[in-house]
Structures are given as C-alpha cells and as structure tokens.
Design a protein around this ligand. Structure first.
Ligand SMILES: *Cc1c(COP(=O)(O)O)cnc(C)c1O
Length: 395
C-alpha cells in the first residue's frame, strides 16, 4: 500500500501551505515512534496519569440477561478525563513537545476532545487554543468552562453550521497561519496523512491490552470486538491488534440518529458516498450536489459527517462490519447498562451496547464478545433525560 493510503482512501488533500507542517510531523513521528525514551515516557504517562491498563471487565449480569455470548467490557471510561481520547492527546502532545512546539491547537465538537487537549496542555505546560462551533459552545457550556479552567482559550467558530466540521476546518486554517511553534492535536483517525496512522497507533494500546487480558483470562481470542464509530479512533484502537486474526469479527456501530432513511443521521458507511474532505479521501454524508450534508445524532461524539480512511478500507475489503444504531436504541442501551451493571456508559458507547443486545442472544454461550466502552456517561445524563421528556439541570 502506498504511503498514507488505506487502499484508495486516505492521502493528503491539503493546501500547499500545510504541506510543510505535515511533512515535519511525519518525519518527527517516524523518528520517535520506535524511540525507547519516547515510549517509556508515554507508557509512564499512561500508567501513572491516565490509569492504564484499563480493566477488562466480565459483565456477568449482562451476559446472563441476554442469554448468549459471554460479554466483556473494556473500561476506557475509567481513564482520566473519562474516555479513550486522552490516549491520543497525550501521545500527540508529547510528540509536539519533542518537536520543540510550545503551542497546541485542537477542534472539538461536544468538548470532550477539547477538555482532554486542555488537560494535556496543563500537564505539559503548553499554550492551548481550542476551536469549537458557536452552536456547540452554547450546548456544552460546562465543557467550555472546564477548558478555560484548565488554562485554554476557547474560540467559538461561527462559519457554516457552527458545529464540529466547521471547527475542524477552522483549526486547519489556524495551523496554516502559525506552523512554526504550533501542533494541531487532531481528535480522531481522520484528516491528512500522517494523522490517521498516528492516532491509530496511539489508540492501539486498547487492543494490545484486550488481547493480553483476554489470553490471560480465557486462554483464547474473543470472537468479536465491537465499538462505536464517530471518526473511528476508539474503534480502530480496539480493532488494530486483531486485524490479522481473521477469526475475530470486528464490528463498528455508527449513529443512525432518527434513522438511516431520514436526513437526521450520521451513519457515514450506511448512507455516505466516497468523497474528499478535511484532507482525506473516505466516505462522507453528502447531499445531491456532493456537498457535505448536515449530520445529526443524539450523541455529540458521533456527530461527524465522515469516517476515518482505514475504516472505509476495512469496510470495502470486508474485514470489518459496520451497523447503524438509532438514538432510540442507544438511549435504551444507556438505561439498560446503567441498571444491569451499575455502569453509566457514554451515549456514544451505548451504540455498541445496543448492537450487542441484538447480537449476543444469537450467539452460543461459548462465544466471547468484547465491547469497547469508550467513555463514561455523566456528560449525557441531561440529554438522555430530555430525550425522555424530563428536564434536569446540566450541573
Ligand atoms: C469522541 C468520542 C467518541 C467518538 O470518537 P471516535 O474517534 O470515533 O472514537 C466515542 N466515544 C466517546 C466516549 C467519545 O468521547
């Protein structure tokens, strides 16, 4: 496969002014990715700051209730800042520091990636600026407060639909303006090469741990690994070390929103077409003119009109399966896991739970499923309550 490509997908569809920045990043990453000291430092941050390795938890009550395959939860929700995002952010910020950068910038949708980036900036003493759709700054006021508390500056973006895709575009523009001292901490396995590879490698710690923990616990590989997919970073992280184990089914759960037959959806593989946007070739939700379509999901973290290029490739070659889960199904799973295991999942992760609720009963009891529980659900309680017609305060 040619450099920075996953089959035909990926690539570097960017303005010339950004070429030097991504080349500099690629050279630095090639140098540090196998560097003993870099990896020691990163592992130490993972172990002592994030709380890795995260638990692989056998969900016994969930398993019994669904009455089929044995279900394990990979507890990325227990990471510092409450999701898998910190894995990527700490790796990129450490790399930026090695590159001599003093300032990091990032896009954010719901604010989870922004909070993780502001956290890493505080820890590593970097200047930090976050770009966030104006609409999202209103919907997610608490996360805006957290980012400021952590020392970051938050810039509301008012172009386009004033949501995540516009925040990504604005952050790329800002990077173009100030490359010398600035690194763009991209939040998922998307954008121009080398981002999809860097973010995947940093999140691959998830599948590395799952494999080790599963072999120790069960003496075998799981039969399926299941994760929710927005841009696709927690999913590719959970899949990576199993891609060559053909016996392991890899299943990504996209957000169908109000249904893939409606316009209120973010299910990129199910409804999208091949296109080029944000520096990469992949699948995107598009309108009849090929313009990027507005997307919708109850889950702000899955509300992105594209998908990482490696997922597009894994889909095309049939190595991974992608299914769409509606708001209604995800909310039901959110409530169900809370009740049955005492674990409130992120509404994103609840999309993966919802699919397992359909799949597990159809599998024999000797089959094993791992769900990547990408984050915790505290942030989603107000939205789920509203979905059920109940108003509670955000705080
Ligand atoms: C951001 C987020 C996601 C979606 O991002 P991916 O890159 O697809 O992983 C999923 N779950 C949680 C908890 C998130 O915060």
């Amino acid at each position: 496969m040619s450099k920075g490509r996953f089959g035909t997908y990926g690539g570097q569809y960017i303005p010339e002014t950004l070429m030097n920045a991504v080349i500099e990043l690629e050279i630095a990453y090639e140098r540090y990715k196998n560097d003993k000291w870099f990896n020691r430092e990163l592992t130490s941050l993972f172990n002592n700051y994030v709380g890795r390795p995260t638990l692989l938890y056998f969900a016994e009550r969930l398993t019994k209730d669904l009455g089929g395959a044995k279900i394990y939860l990979k507890r990325e929700d227990l990471n510092h800042t409450g999701s898998h995002k910190i894995n990527n952010v700490l790796g990129q910020t450490l790399l930026a520091k090695k590159m001599g950068k003093t300032r990091i910038i990032a896009e954010t949708g719901a604010g989870q990636h922004g909070v993780a980036t502001a956290t890493a900036a505080a820890l590593m003493d970097m200047e930090c600026e976050i770009f966030m759709g104006e609409e999202d700054t209103r919907r997610q006021a608490l996360n805006v407060y957290k980012m400021r508390l952590l020392g970051a500056t938050v810039h509301p973006v008012s172009s386009g639909t004033a949501t995540l895709k516009d925040a990504v575009s604005e952050t790329m523009r800002e990077w173009t303006n100030r490359i010398a001292d600035t690194h763009y901490v991209l939040g998922s396995v998307m954008g121009p090469h080398p981002f999809p590879t860097i973010v995947r490698d940093l999140q691959a710690v998830i599948s590395k741990e799952i494999k080790e923990q599963m072999l120790e616990r069960e003496g075998q590989l799981p039969n399926a690994v299941i994760a929710c997919v927005g841009g696709g970073s927690n999913a590719i992280g959970a899949f990576h070390h199993f891609v060559n184990d053909k016996s392991v089914r890899l299943i990504g759960c996209e957000a169908a929103g109000r249904g893939i037959e409606t316009f209120d959806t973010a299910a990129t593989i199910s409804t999208g077409k091949i296109g080029i946007f944000h520096g990469m070739k992949s699948y995107f939700c598009q309108d009849e003119y090929g313009q990027i379509a507005p997307v919708y999901s109850i889950s702000a973290g899955l509300d992105y009109p594209g998908i990482g290029p490696e997922h597009a490739y894994l889909h095309d070659i049939g190595r991974a399966e992608y299914v769409a889960i509606t708001d209604e199904e995800a909310v039901f799973a959110f409530e169900y896991l809370s009740r049955i295991e005492g674990i409130i999942p992120a509404i994103e992760s609840a999309h993966a739970i919802a699919y397992v609720m359909k799949l597990a009963p159809k599998l024999d009891k000797d089959k094993i499923i791992v769900i990547n529980l990408s984050g915790r659900g505290d942030k989603d309680c107000a939205a789920v309550a509203r979905f059920r017609g109940e108003e509670i305060s955000d705080e």
